[in-house]
Structures are given as structure tokens and as C-alpha cells.
Design a protein around this ligand. Structure first.
Ligand code: 1GP
Length: 245
């Protein structure tokens, strides 16, 4: 049953905050998957995202199959490219990079993906993806050849997110970029949230429980963390205790 999106909506209605652990197939070694996922299983993470900016063909599918052996949580693709799509996962964020103006990342890659998607059982979740300036060039910026929106340009960020909603997207993702030096400013999160009627995802550069709490408090419904777990699995212990609003 395709219930990922509905479960997100239900959690939000119960004021439950969601956490996705992002696994980059380019960085995760197959032999460490089992111990990594056992940490995920003991944490309050609610989703596993799998994806990266640059991943070789076939690598994502092999990794998803290995994660599935150990994980209890839904596995959602967060693909940097069409070749990362595999029907072995449970769902896919069908991302449109609406902060940029590169037609390939607004519609081109999507057309290319259709022949894979239409025969799969993946739950497809249309997602407006906004890259926000974070102080250094990110791989999303480099690969997509788009400019992030300046972080002081709050009106453009808010209006872009809203335009995504009005276009029928089901989620909005505010991205500072993997390993960002500046996380998305809570002010931006709260302004976007004020105007939005769909769930809000926030990610990029979050490395502490405090930053996670501030993102939730500002209005993030789902936070994505990758690098902090990759670099130090003890981070799982720091966030064992469930964070409530
Ligand atoms: C990147 O938002 C995600 O796409 C997570 O970023 O790796 O910095 O946690 P980090």
C-alpha cells in the first residue's frame, strides 16, 4: 500500500516531528550498512532517504537491497539523477529544483524518469526543492548548474515555496546543501511555514540536537540529516531521546 505521504500527514496532525536519515550511496560501504541501520532502528528516525549528487549506475539499487534486509522504516529515494531510481525502495521524492532555472532539473529529468517510474510500485511524491545559499558552493549547485536563492531574499524563498504548492507539489524541501556551513535560518523556516499548506522538509548542515530542535520549533515537519551521522555514529546517541515541540 502506498501510505508514506498519508502517514506524514497523519503524524503532522498529531504534532509528531519526523526525521529522515539520509544515506548517500557514494559514501556508505555495504559492509557497514547492518551496524549503521541498527543505530537508525534505535533512534527516533522515521524515514530513510537514499540518494546523492553523484552516484554510479546500479549502486543505489544494491545499497537499497542491503538496507532493506535490516531496516524497519520506509526507504525513500532522494535521487540526484534518473539512474538512482530503483523500484526496490518504497517511495521516491520526485524533485523539481524550483529555486533554479535549469529546465533539465525542472522537467527534463522527470520526462526521462517516466519509463522507469510508470512500471514501478514506488510511491511517487512530487516535491518542490529549493536550494538556499549557505556560504559555500554545494554539490547540488555544481551538478545542477543553478544558483541557490540568497538567504536574505526571504520573499523570493516564501513565494517560490508557495508557487510549488500551487503547482500541486505535495512537499516543499528547503535545502542548505549537504555539509552546509549555515543551516537554513529558523526565520526562513517560519516564514515559509506561515504561508504553506503542505508539509515542509528542511535539511543541510544540521549537526546538533539544538539545531534540530530549532528547525522543528520554527516549523519544519521533517528534518533530513546525513553528514552528521556519516561522520559520527555517536550522533545517534545524542538524539535518542524523542524531541517534542
Ligand atoms: C542534503 O539535506 C540533506 O541533501 C542533508 O544534509 O548531509 O548536511 O545533513 P547533511
Amino acid at each position: 500500500m502506498k501510505s508514506i505521504y498519508q502517514n506524514i500527514i497523519t503524524s503532522i496532525s498529531k504534532s509528531e516531528k519526523l526525521l529522515a536519515v539520509l544515506i548517500d550511496p557514494d559514501k556508505m560501504k555495504l559492509k557497514t550498512v547492518s551496524s549503521f541501520i541498527s543505530k537508525v532502528n534505535q533512534s527516533f528516525a522515521t524515514h530513510i532517504f537514499v540518494g546523492g549528487s553523484e552516484v554510479d549506475r546500479g549502486v543505489t539499487e544494491t545499497l537499497v537491497l542491503e538496507i532493506k534486509k535490516h531496516a524497519k522504516l520506509p526507504i525513500i529515494l532522494f535521487p540526484g539523477d534518473v539512474i538512482q531510481i530503483t523500484d526496490k525502495a518504497n517511495g521516491v521524492l520526485f524533485l523539481s529544483l524550483i529555486s533554479g532555472r535549469n529546465p533539465e532539473y525542472l522537467i527534463g529529468k522527470h520526462v526521462e524518469a517516466v519509463s522507469n517510474l510508470k512500471n514501478s510500485n514506488l510511491e511517487i511524491i512530487p516535491t518542490g526543492y529549493l536550494l538556499i545559499e549557505n556560504g559555500k558552493q554545494t554539490s547540488v549547485e555544481r551538478v545542477s548548474q543553478t544558483k541557490p536563492i540568497k538567504r536574505n531574499n526571504i520573499k523570493t524563498i516564501v513565494d517560490t515555496a508557495k508557487a510549488g504548492e500551487l503547482l500541486g507539489m505535495q512537499l516543499i524541501y528547503l535545502e542548505a546543501g549537504s555539509g552546509a556551513t549555515h543551516v537554513i535560518d529558523p526565520k526562513i523556516i517560519s516564514k515559509v511555514k506561515e504561508d504553506l499548506n503542505i508539509p515542509l522538509i528542511v535539511g543541510g548542515g544540521i549537526r546538533s540536537k539544538l539545531q534540530l530542535e530549532l528547525a522543528y520549533k520554527a516549523g519544519a515537519d521533517l528534518v533530513v540529516i546525513g553528514t552528521a551521522f556519516e561522520e559520527d555514529e555517536d550522533f545517534f546517541d545524542q538524539i535518542k531521546k524523542k524531541i517534542n515541540e
